[in-house]
Design a protein around this ligand. Structure first.
Ligand code: FUL
Length: 491
């Protein structure tokens, strides 16, 4: 009888014969679980989502309303949701999320279940509906709509009465998710004041109802089930950030898991990617005294959110007129302009490519060239399965030296997040290193601009063979590292 090793060789040989005889095409490798859902994949590709905090707080210059505000103070005489959607479109945003109800309980739509809403406002003589105007404007520009409905409600007397309030909340969910067409993300905020009445939310019923009414929606909360909080409101993910995590270790409103949320878990059995929420200004609501963040701050946030395998949820609050302030519109434009300047040119395109190995050999369809096409999910470089370690891919400029200060690496996450450790070398000298990659990992080089004849990316550790869907070498003209020392490299 043949040794097991020999039988394996015979099997591989027969497989090759079959492949030749029947001209079988080389298939994609098996996935590594957990995998994203269809809606999670779509969400990840958005990269930037716009948040709009708007309500009575806009008119009282506060962040958390008391719930005692009169609806009569809500009067955005120049409200124009088309202007919001234009700002979003110019910023390259494909989803906008509006606070339909914040903690103060005031509803931006005429809810049947309360009079604490736009019905009681002078705006459009109580006949207005901000949610409707918001979804109409978004739709007209092919932008998707999302809604925030605060669980904590400081106005409604049912809050604290478990059955009554859960019924009220569910009733409002049904209104919002039945009336306004497709909603792509719903935000369940875990925030609650320390002196608020005790209240148990029936999250299981809420989430089931949401999925029943909107099948392609993503539910955000501290603990998912589709999108998790990143654990802070600065817009920063951990420099290691896995989309995988153990959802059973999470709960909504639990401050003890902030670090876990920030980094995720390589051993996690749930696909639950993180969203990085931050405001363009200091506060979430508009305040006359505040100004938008500088372009360099926004770029820093971009590198630490999108560049760390997350989606950035950037809040841009409408003002008392009902418009996004001109300063914020301009800032968004600058931000998008900067991103385009940096990433629209991929210097790696002028390089020849080589890799340690490739699945199915030369004609298998999994060669290194796949990292330079426009598909950042389903075409990828895959090393041969025979290779168990020392994976690498190398770029050499066709002439002269290549000069860059940003490296972009993207995994084919449709088949699971795999990379655990990677390193980047220029002419044999290490210039950057990192842990996991995920949908997108950006390294903005601490040492500033580097140049050389070869750039090698080594995958030092991975769960199975790494699958790389895209790589970019870019030049960021805005990056001025502090204490820049060009010759210094990472050891
Ligand atoms: C927090 C809230 O308390 C803030 O007001 C804001 O809505 C932010 C996005 O979430 O938890």
């Amino acid at each position: 009888m043949a040794e097991p090793n020999n039988s394996l060789h015979i099997f591989t040989f027969l497989l090759l014969l079959f492949q030749l005889a029947f001209s079988w095409k080389v298939t994609p490798p098996l996935p590594i679980l957990p995998l994203p859902s269809y809606s999670q994949l779509k969400w990840q590709q958005r990269e930037i989502i716009m948040f709009l905090h708007f309500g009575v707080n806009t008119f009282t210059d506060s962040e958390w309303g008391t719930g005692l505000e009169s609806p009569s103070i809500f009067n955005p005489t120049g409200l124009n949701a088309n202007q919001w959607a234009d700002a979003a479109a110019q910023a390259g945003v494909s989803l906008m999320i509006l606070t339909a109800k914040h903690h103060d309980g005031f509803c931006l739509w005429p809810s049947k279940y309360t009079d604490h809403s736009v019905i009681g406002s002078p705006w459009k003589n109580g006949l207005g509906d901000v949610v409707q105007e918001f979804v109409n404007a978004a739709k007209a520009r092919d932008i998707d709509a999302g809604l925030y409905l605060s669980p904590w409600d400081r106005h409604d007397k049912r809050y604290g009465h478990v059955k009554l309030y859960n019924e009220y909340y569910l009733a409002q969910l049904q209104e919002l998710l039945n009336r306004y067409g497709s909603v792509r993300e719903i935000w369940f905020d875990g925030a609650k004041g320390s002196n608020a009445p005790n209240m148990t939310y029936d999250f299981r019923e809420w989430f089931s109802m949401v999925k029943e009414l909107q099948s392609s929606i993503n539910i955000f909360s501290d603990a998912g089930p589709d999108v998790r909080w990143v654990g802070n409101e600065k817009g920063y993910a951990g420099s290691t950030c896995w989309s995988t995590i153990n959802a059973t270790s999470l709960s909504i409103g639990n401050a003890s898991t902030l670090d876990y949320l920030n980094t995720g878990d390589p051993k996690g059995t749930n696909w639950l990617p993180a969203e990085c929420d931050v405001s363009i200004r200091t506060g979430w609501f508009w305040h006359k005294s505040q100004a938008p963040k500088r372009p360099s701050e926004l770029l820093d946030i971009y590198y630490k959110s999108v560049g760390r395998n997350c989606v950035l949820l950037l809040n841009v609050p409408p003002n008392t007129t009902g418009l996004i302030s001109e300063s914020d519109v301009q800032r968004l434009k600058q931000f998008r302009g900067a991103i385009n300047t940096i990433f629209s040119t991929n210097l790696a395109e002028n390089c020849s490519l080589e890799a340690c190995s490739q699945r199915g050999g030369e004609n298998g369809g999994f060669g290194p060239k796949n990292v330079l096409d426009d598909d950042h999910l389903w075409t990828y470089w895959a090393p041969s399965e025979k290779q168990k370690e020392n994976y690498w891919i190398e770029f050499k400029p066709k002439s002269g030296k290549i000069k860059f200060n940003v490296i972009r690496i993207q995994e084919a996450i449709g088949l699971g997040q795999r990379i655990k450790k990677h390193e980047i070398y220029v002419d044999g000298i290490k210039v950057a290193r990192g842990s996991t990659v995920g949908y997108k990992r950006l390294h903005r080089l601490e040492m500033g601009v580097v140049d050389g004849f070869s750039v090698k990316i080594k995958i030092v550790k991975a769960k199975g063979i790494p699958l790389i869907s895209s790589i970019g070498l870019h030049f960021d003209p805005f990056w001025k590292p502090k204490g820049k020392v060009i010759s210094q490299r990472v050891h």
